[in-house]
Design a protein around this ligand. Structure first.
Ligand code: BGC
Length: 838
């Protein structure tokens, strides 16, 4: 298979990891040798978090690191966005996550020598992240420069049970000699401060990659409080501009037979306890460090310090064992629904679990907040929330952990007032959700690839509707969901225009679809198809409320000043929606003029020029047929019942060759549709691309955080892609596509209060009710009704169609436009700028 632009796009479906360093373990990510080559990547891969609080996998001793990072979901600073050229309605206030004070730091000196892994003489090294008990562990056997052997074991976890709590342990034993040991445990403000080596905070970062977060050249955290006494440390701050507040504390319990003395220090940017220990050979020193984080939009720091104290008191009384037991129990519950088993593929199994675990780490305790594009693992994308949540993460949560999906949707609902203001700012009725945000305000400074993605409104509505269908949560629909559906439908009805050329069609102009390499276009197919869904759903919901929940309907109508005339208008707009189709090619143009453009010749583009966005001016990219990420292909997944099988195949084969996959949101979707239409090998290749996005650092930016959308998409690719599940309007169906090399695929899903276990093998699909009274769906058109104690097995003749491979160069090259001219392919010149140096 031709893989012309870097192996990350359609890699061979083989395990890409160095298994000497990262041995296969189905329930852990394990690293057996230390390297400074990929510190940024491994800090992300070994990060721990619970959706509220996250800590990168940096070493306890502080060095060496790529970037220290501790993040509290939504804890952000604002700053004015300076546009070189102003225009009305551009986003004005930037938002970015703050690097919260670091509590992971526990420095160690033996014979006054610090441990520094990059130069340390290590007899043994292992770092592991355990997906089953949620603990990050390190085990080191260090030979000090003076020849003493020191065993050092550390653990770190951010509790899934106690939202504000992290707990760390260090066990240190000098094995064969006595030695003076110093343990300095700290809280450090790395956002503003210098570290103890006077190294400016690494959180400040640098570079021109737009996917990174914004940085500050001023102080962000105003010191409000510091404290160090009786095993306890605390720091408190207020953000200069956003006025958000934070208090961070740590409580220590030391256990050793050795003699220990302790000293305390605290100033504005750090607090520490230094333990001096006369360590006797073989006597273990054990430090347990409980850390607590509380943040607020306005509560004074004093109040937050009280909350920190309470969290710490409770945790210490509860004790380490119980804290970890509760943490694990929460995780057991997660896995009982979320686990997906691919039998006979241990390497893949490990990758799958790592990805699903990332969703737990990004969402479990995110209540009251969104789910950021990088979770709580790094500053990438400034900690912003995008459509990633609704389209890539919520399918997984809706079917496995509906409470978490509800939290995320409730959070969107809280953003409605800001979305209404934003719609008004851009001269529309209804509500327009921001393309990227933390606090509800639009933070996308580059409107062409940002604000213009109006489809976010339909994405949110889509997620609301799917959640309600899958769970039957009418309360949510009546109280929150309906408002979202209605305000977004209003926006669409107002945004489009009716035009007539014989047939009366509703057009949507000047928007950007998911593909950010083609911007501000008319009738983007994805947008129109999704907007149509949004309009229909809103109308359907209002009519149903009027009939079945008249009281709620009255309230809704009064609340939103809604008339039934307006509802009819939405229905008209939906029915008249323009859906571009090119009869010559038998495909749906991505937008009205897409097919008229010249084609970007990806085949001859040097691999070092990917991703294109880092090597070509946006205008160069925009004028070609070249795609960053699935767009029409995504529409065919989300609105699959709106396309015929022939259209799906033709569209897929047209768009796949011009899709760069420069966004990690692409591969998982390409995989799902490749599987559906019958490009089975390609489906598997794309699946590998998605499953190893971060583990193999395929996009070379895992250091900037976990690609959460792709991680959620891994579940979608497994269940919707290979499992063949579809949910059109609450009607569940299955048409499976098990890869030949897989023995079995096992997953679970929740629907209508029931929990079903599904087990797919080459010749059968078996379903069993694990909770609830009944569940019904179809398998390749055959009805299946499940009741307790009566599993159903459907025999399978095959795993769907198997299509011949198609050329991975654009077949439209040389083809004719309507005006008779021919389409050509080219690689835009990339100019060596050095030649202009004078
Ligand atoms: C993608 C967007 C996505 C964003 C955050 C961009 O590269 O093009 O679709 O929302 O990343 O993940």
């Amino acid at each position: 298979m031709n893989d012309r632009h870097g192996s990350h796009v359609r890699p061979d479906p083989v395990d890409p990891l160095d298994r000497l360093r990262f041995p296969v373990d189905e329930w852990r990510l394990v690293e057996t040798s230390y390297s400074t080559e990929d510190l940024g990547t491994t800090e992300t891969l070994f990060a721990v978090g619970n959706g509220y609080l996250g800590m990168r996998g940096c070493p306890e001793e502080g060095r060496d690191t790529h970037s220290h990072g501790t993040f509290v979901n939504g804890f952000h600073e604002t700053f004015p966005i300076h546009h070189a050229e102003e225009a009305y309605g551009l986003a004005r206030v930037g938002q970015t996550l703050v690097n919260a004070p670091d509590t992971a730091l526990i420095k160690v000196y033996v014979d006054d020598e610090p441990i520094l892994l990059s130069v340390a003489d290590l007899e043994r090294y292992e770092r592991s992240l355990d997906f089953a008990d949620g603990v990050l562990r390190r085990e080191l056997l260090w030979c000090t420069p003076s020849g003493k052997r020191v065993q050092m074991n550390t653990t770190r976890s951010v509790s899934f049970a106690e939202r504000h709590l992290a707990v760390m342990t260090m066990e240190l034993t000098v094995l064969d000699a006595d030695a003076p040991v110093v343990i300095s445990t700290q809280i450090l403000n790395r956002q503003d401060g210098q570290d103890e080596y006077h190294v400016r905070s690494a959180a400040m970062g640098e570079g021109k990659d737009p996917r990174r977060g914004s940085q500050f050249d001023r102080r962000v955290l105003e010191p409000q409080y510091h404290y160090a006494e009786k095993g306890r440390l605390m720091l408190g701050y207020r953000c200069v501009e956003s006025r958000m507040t934070i208090a961070v504390g740590a409580h220590h319990v030391v256990d050793t037979a050795n003699h220990v003395t302790e000293r305390y220090f605290a100033d504005e940017d750090s607090a520490k306890i230094v333990y001096r220990i006369d360590a006797k050979a073989g006597n273990t020193i054990r430090v347990v460090k409980y850390a607590a984080y509380h943040t607020s939009r306005g509560v004074p720091v004093r109040e937050l310090t009280d909350r920190v104290r309470r969290t710490l008191d409770r945790a210490t009384e509860h004790g380490l064992i119980n804290v970890l037991k509760d943490h694990r129990a929460a995780l057991d519950r997660f896995w009982a629904d979320a686990d997906v088993v691919v039998e006979g593929q241990p390497e893949l199994q490990q990758a799958i679990r790592w990805n699903l675990y990332q969703i737990a780490q990004a969402s479990m305790r995110a209540e009251g907040q969104g789910i950021a594009a990088k979770g709580v693992t790094a500053l990438g994308y400034g900690g912003h929330y995008f459509w990633d949540t609704e389209i890539y993460v919520l399918p997984f949560l809706t079917y496995t952990n509906p409470r978490l999906a509800r939290n995320a949707l409730r959070f969107r609902h809280l953003m409605l007032p800001a979305a209404r203001r934003r719609a008004a700012e851009v001269a529309q009725r209804g509500a327009l959700f921001p393309w990227r945000t933390i606090n509800g305000e639009e933070a996308s400074a580059y409107y062409a690839a940002g604000t213009a993605q109006y489809h976010i409104d339909a994405d949110v509505s889509y997620a609301v509707s799917r959640y309600v269908n899958a769970t039957g949560d009418v309360t949510f629909l009546l109280n929150q969901g309906a408002d979202i559906l209605i305000e977004t439908a209003r926006m669409w009805a107002d945004l489009g225009f009716w035009r007539s050329n014989g047939d009366r069609l509703f057009h949507i102009d000047s928007v950007t679809g998911p593909d950010e390499y083609t911007t501000v276009v008319n009738d983007n197919l994805f947008t129109n198809v999704m907007a149509r869904f949004n309009l229909r759903k809103a109308a359907e919901t209002v009519r149903a409320m009027r009939q079945f929940w008249p009281r709620e309907f009255e309230r809704l109508a009064a609340r939103l000043k809604l008339t039934m005339d307006e509802v009819s208008t939405w229905e008209d707009c939906a029915e008249g929606m323009a859906i571009p189709f090119d009869a010559n090619q038998g495909i749906h143009p991505q937008d009205l003029h897409f097919l008229e453009r010249e084609v970007w010749d990806l085949e001859h583009t040097p691999s070092q020029n990917f991703p294109l966005l880092l090597h070509y001016h946006p205008l160069v990219i925009y004028r070609f047929q070249v795609i960053k990420q699935a767009d029409v292909v995504l529409a065919m997944f989300l609105q699959g019942d709106q396309f015929t099988a022939e259209e799906k195949r033709a569209n897929f084969e047209y768009y796949d060759p011009i899709t760069t996959g420069d966004s990690t949101l692409s591969a998982v979707v390409q995989s799902i549709i490749a599987a559906e239409v019958g490009h089975r090998e390609l489906a598997l290749r794309y699946f590998y691309a998605g499953a190893f996005v971060d583990l193999a650092d395929r996009h070379k930016n895992t250091a900037d955080g976990v690609h959460v959308a792709s991680a959620g998409g891994v579940w979608s690719a497994l269940v919707f892609g290979f499992g063949g599940m579809r949910d059109y309007d609450g009607e569940l169906s299955f048409d499976p596509r098990l890869p030949e090399s897989w023995e079995r695929l096992i997953f679970r899903f929740r629907v209508g209060g029931a929990k079903v276990r599904a087990e797919l093998s080459a010749d059968s699909y078996r379903f069993e009710l694990e909770e609830g009274e009944s569940a019904g769906f179809t398998v390749r058109g055959r009805k299946v009704e499940l009741s307790p104690d009566s599993p159903a097995t459907v025999r399978l003749e095959d795993q769907g169609p198997q299509l011949p491979s198609f050329p991975l160069h654009p077949r439209m090259v040389g083809g004719q436009r309507e005006d008779g001219t021919r389409i050509s392919a080219a690689v835009p010149r990339s100019i060596d700028m050095d030649q202009f140096d004078v």
